[in-house]
Every structure is written in C-alpha cells, then in structure tokens.
Design a protein around this ligand. Structure first.
Ligand code: NOJ
Length: 506
C-alpha cells in the first residue's frame, strides 16, 4: 500500500506561508523554520505550490525554468535542504508541476518567437496564422494572442502562459527529465496542474478536456515514477467529472475531489457526493481524496457562512454576506467529516486556523491576473492567498519581521486567529485539527452508513462512528457510545452544524 492511500497532505502556498527573508513574501527559509509546526499539526506530507523560476504573471504557475527555484523563494540548495529536513521529520514532499503551459519568458518560447513561422522552435507551442478556434482564456479574453510577425499562439490562461504542444515528442522528453530531476532530489510526488488539458484537438469545442492522448502521457509518467524503488506518486488537478479515466492502475494515483469541495452544506447532497466518491474510486481501485479549500477557491469558512454554500467561480458572489460564526461551526464539522473518511485528505494552509476569505483587499494591491484580464470585474483569488497570521497582536502577525508589510495586507481581526493564540486554546480550530489528526490513523475499514435522521450524515468505520448534524434541531447521540472528539460541547445530543466522533457502544 502506498503512503498516499491514507495520507493527510498540507498545501503550502509558498508566498503566503512564512517570510524568512524579510521582504514581505513567503519563502523557503520561512517554510523550513515552520516545519516543526507541521509535524506537530500531524500531517503526513506537504504539497508546495510552484517555487520555480518565474516572472510571476500567475504567481509562479508561469514557469520559466522547471529545474531551478525562483530567487524570490530561495535557491535550489535551500530547496533540497527543505526536502531533506521534511523527510527527517517524517513528512513527504509533493511539488506542483505545470505541464500545460510555461512562461512567455521560458527560453523555448523566446526561441520560438525569434525563429519565426514554420520553424521547429515554434512547434513546441501552438502557433497558427490565425486563431484556430474561438476558445477563450480561462482568465478572461481570447485564448489566442498575436505576435509581431502576425502569427497567433494559444494560451488557455494568461497570454504570459503559452500552452505547450504535447504532440511534440521533445516536449514529452523534456518533462520526463524534469520529473527525474526532482525525483532524484528526493521529491515524493507531484501535483499536476490542469492535468486534463495537455492534449488539444483544436477543431473540437472544449477540445482540451480529457482527450484520449492525455492518458498515454500519464502512462509514461507513471513508468518514470515506478522506476524509483520507493514508488513516487501523482495527484491530478482534474475538474472533469469523468476523472476516473485518470485513475487507471497505470496512470495517476489520485485526483482532487472537487465534487466534495463544491458541495453545498446539505446532508442529502453531501451524502450523495460521498457515496459516489467511494463508489467510483472503489471501481477503479484508487484512493478517494477529500478537499475543502485551495488557493483558487473561496475559503470554506466564508463559503459555508453564505446563504448559498456551494462553490462558484462567479465573481458576483464576491463580498456577499457571510456569517463567519456559522461558517466556522460548519468548517469544524466539515473537518471531522473529511478526516474520518477513508482515503487521502488535503488541508490548505490556514484552514487549520479557520481563516476566512479576505474580500476587502484594495484593488490596487490585487495581483491575480484574473483582475486585469476580466477588465476589473473579477477580483480573483488573492483573498484566499493572504499571508498566514502566526503570532502577535497586529499585522504582519509574525509572517514577516515587524516593520515589513506582507505582499497582501492581513486583516487586523486576524489577531484572534494566530497560530500562537490558537495553540493554547482548547476550543480553537487549530486544537481541533491537531486532535483529529492524532486520532485519524486509528480509523480503518470501509464506510457503512447508519440509519438516522435525513439531516444527519452518520456512518461507521470499525471502531469509529462519525455523526454530522446538518439540520436545525439537535439529534440524540446513540446510547452507550463514547465521545472521542466533538466540534461543539455535547452531552446527549449533537447540536446543529456540529460533528462528533464516537466509540461504538460495546
Ligand atoms: C490551476 C492552479 O491551481 C491555478 O492557481 C493556476 O492559475 C492555473 N492552474 C493555471 O496554471
């Protein structure tokens, strides 16, 4: 059994985790200094959003050199030291690989621009004499941008992120070398950015989603991973509902569960998503994953505090009323739910502190390309990327040295949410996560649903009973069951928007 089958993986967004260098931006030295925090939290692995050399047009998801680290974050030597130190603390390390596109500053794209139409250099990308279709960029605006000689190139994201042509065998070879480069340095796995989009069929609407050719790429990646004695792993960013095709035994090990992340706070819908997830993964023999937030979506404390608790990309929801007290209660319950299900769970940095989305960042400070690309209508994802509050009473809350302003402003209200304050508060979100992660390795076996009120999700896994009350009324806790961990103070009944782990009655 691979370690990823029941791991808890903590996502680090390097620019917002901890600033060791004192320039307002998080970096590798900051992460290294905080590794003991992650060990004490009880996670099994870290996934680092991209740290590669990049002009940062999309916060590092525009890579100019896949085999080096951007000076903003540190050096290659520091990166390898981080990997070794994480391993010494028992933490696995997953890097983020971005194979759909690179940066327009990548030497191969620069060479393509110079070499001109029809050249082998241009064949690394999608150059055409005119836009080959009407695809739009996922960040807004057209997906084709002209270059000075009149040709256009394809970019599913920002114009600074030209898409690789995976039909070119040299692209494949190059990426396999990159995988080996990092595997040789001890990296345990990769999170694959936009994993479903690598292969394009230009004359088909949506012809970049889950095309058959993409699976062959991952088969050869799997061969690379399996060529290491302690087999390395992949997790794919796949939004396509037909994700199981990526989970064949010779392709990716896991994909993110975006159905769970997107599910509204509703017992029936949640039960359905969980049952489907378990069922579809069982059929292909792959471990399910449980994800509530990441650096692209509204933090779930805010999402669960809104009237509409589903996940939406729609910018109109920006700043819509959120009851954060309610959001926190539900986020606590969601944590126990996610951490008691079989498979692999993700924790997005700051989720363990119960951070909400920050929705009042002054527009002149926004850095997400979605803001500019949407003509100032979509404020983008910066609100989920605000630097973490570690300690102290005022910004920068120990993220940076006291006199340095972090790259995005932190709300003063985060004084009550610092890791320092929460570490000693038995009722805090941090304490809940620490307790849950300590207990989690004890849960084994398959989920068997318990018959209870429709508004309650209730299941057993051998020695664990998990109950989550989505309804408006308290529900009775099964008689004789022992309380192991609860999100709210409980005795005989479980209040609304609360969860409990129980030891079954003997
Ligand atoms: C998904 C990443 O998570 C997101 O942050 C990025 O902007 C796009 N892929 C493009 O790389």
């Amino acid at each position: 059994m691979s370690w990823i089958e029941n791991a808890v993986i903590y996502q680090i967004y390097p620019r917002s985790f901890a600033d060791g260098g004192g320039d307002g931006v998080g970096d590798i030295s900051g992460i290294r200094a905080r590794l003991p925090y992650l060990r004490d939290l009880g996670v099994d692995a870290i996934w680092l959003s991209p740290w590669y050399t990049s002009p940062m047009a999309d916060a590092g998801y525009d890579v100019a050199d896949y085999r080096d680290i951007d000076p903003l974050f540190g050096t290659l030597q520091e990166g390898t030291a981080l990997i070794d130190e994480a391993h010494a603390l028992g933490l696995k390390v997953i890097l983020d690989i971005v194979p759909n596109h690179c940066s327009d500053q990548h030497p191969r794209f620069q060479a393509a621009l110079k070499a001109g139409p029809g050249s082998p250099e241009r064949d690394f990308f999608w150059f055409r004499d005119e836009p080959a279709n009407d695809w739009t960029s996922l960040f807004g605006g057209p997906a084709w941008t002209p270059v000075p000689d009149g040709q256009f190139y394809l970019h599913l994201f920002a114009p600074e992120q030209p898409d690789w042509n995976w039909g070119n065998p040299l692209v494949r070879k190059d990426f396999e070398q990159t995988l080996r480069f990092w595997f040789d340095r001890g990296v345990d796995g990769f999170r694959i950015d936009v994993a479903e989009a690598l292969v394009k069929v230009l004359d088909t609407p949506g012809g970049y989603r889950n095309q058959e050719g993409v699976h062959e790429i991952y088969r050869s990646w799997r061969n690379v991973a399996d060529s290491y004695p302690d087999k390395r792993v992949f997790v794919g960013e796949v939004w396509d509902p037909d994700f199981t095709r990526f989970l064949r035994h010779d392709e990716l090990h896991t994909v993110f569960n975006f159905a769970f992340l997107s599910c509204p706070w509703d017992a029936t819908l949640m039960r359905e998503v969980i049952a489907n997830t378990l069922d579809t993964h069982k059929k292909v023999g792959a471990p399910p994953t449980w994800v509530l937030s990441n650096h692209d979506v509204v933090r779930h404390v805010t999402r669960y505090g809104r009237t509409d608790t589903g996940h939406y990309w729609i910018p109109e929801l920006y700043g819509s009323d959120a009851d954060l007290t309610l959001g926190i209660r539900r986020a606590r319950a969601a944590a126990l739910l996610a951490l008691s299900l079989p498979g692999c769970a993700y924790v997005y940095q700051g989720e363990e502190l119960g951070l909400p989305q920050v929705e009042n960042i002054p527009v002149e400070l926004l850095q997400d390309p979605r803001w500019v690309r949407s003509g100032g209508t979509d404020r983008g994802r910066d609100g989920s990327r605000v630097p973490l509050p570690w300690s102290g009473q005022a910004p920068p809350f120990g993220f940076s040295p006291d006199d340095i302003a972090p790259w995005l402003p932190q709300p003063q209200s985060w004084a009550g949410l610092t890791a320092e304050v929460q570490a000693t508060d038995p009722a805090s979100m941090l304490t809940l996560y620490r307790s849950a992660l300590k207990l989690r390795p004890g849960w084994e076996g398959e989920v068997s649903w318990m018959e209870m009120d429709d508004e309650v999700i209730a299941f057993r896994r051998d020695e664990l009973m998990c109950l989550v009350n989505f309804g408006n009324e308290p529900v009775a806790v099964p008689e004789g069951a022992g309380i192991v961990l609860a999100t709210e103070p409980i005795s005989e009944t479980l209040p609304t928007d609360a969860a409990v782990w129980l030891r079954p009655p003997s």
